[in-house]
Design a protein around this ligand. Structure first.
Ligand code: CDP
Length: 230
């Protein structure tokens, strides 16, 4: 009997979704899919080819030339765009500044959601994003809605960028998170919202280990329920 489940982690920008998702995937031997990286890769393609995301016919045409995959490296999964490793490039601020606009385009979402479902077929999966529990996997056995204070999220993103050698000022980070959260929560197609059956975890004052243990307890409970249901 199948004992793997789908785990959906949604939430605001920079609240630690990918840290938690990677840790869960590692402890369960599941695959981790960073759906945000896919929206970032499309955005990078649009930037480098000077595609205006609001020109829908140009966006449609450009999408045919976007091929995204993931490759496992010693550092973890890296995002590949048309054969090129763009994992670090897609985290830069010019991409962060445009990605939420690109993510409002329904055609982009349709293409990426299709690919996300394909990547997850027949395997235990942890996927993080904004619409995973509501749209991509509405039947996911466990849905987490992660949240943290804005102050904490800004600080975390600042340290993350600094570790990668990128120095970005705190007000710029805060403005970016605020704007993305606003666009992501108010767009008409698949807005960021808490699925009715999700578990909310505020990790402002939790360590990575604490949030992992809390989530793993939920995972094991859901796997048992899943097995009981057959
Ligand atoms: O890591 P961070 O919280 O900064 O964001 P991300 O997960 O890399 O996602 C970047 C952006 O992609 C989000 O702000 C959304 O605009 C978009 N996104 C989305 O619309 N739907 C998803 N499932 C994932 C990301």
């Amino acid at each position: 009997m199948k004992s793997t489940i789908q785990i959906a982690i949604d939430g605001y920008s920079s609240c630690g979704k990918s840290t938690l998702a990677k840790a869960i995937a590692k402890s369960l031997g599941y695959i981790y899919i960073d759906s945000g990286a896919m929206y970032r890769a499309v955005t990078l393609f649009f930037i480098s080819h000077a595609i205006d995301p609001f020109d829908l016919s140009a966006a449609h045409e450009a999408l045919q030339d976007v091929h995204i995959s993931f490759v496992r490296t010693a550092e973890g999964n890296h995002t590949i765009l048309n054969g090129e490793d763009v994992e670090h490039r897609i985290r830069e601020m010019d991409v962060a500044a445009k990605v939420s606009q690109v993510a409002t385009i329904s055609e982009v979402r349709r293409a990426l959601v299709h690919q996300q479902r394909q990547l997850a077929q027949g395997v235990g999966v942890v996927m993080d994003g904004r619409d995973i529990g509501t749209v991509v996997f509405p039947e996911a056995a466990l849905k987490i809605f992660l949240t943290a204070t804005m102050e904490e999220r800004v600080q975390r993103r600042f340290l993350q960028l600094k570790t990668q050698g990128k120095v970005v000022q705190l007000p710029e980070i805060q403005q970016n998170l605020f704007t993305r959260d606003y666009i992501d929560s108010t767009r008409s197609d698949s807005p960021l919202m808490k699925a009715a059956d999700s578990v909310v975890i505020d990790n402002t004052n939790l360590s990575e280990t604490e949030q992992l243990l809390m989530t793993l307890a939920l995972v094991h409970e859901r796997i048992n329920l899943h097995l009981e249901k057959g």
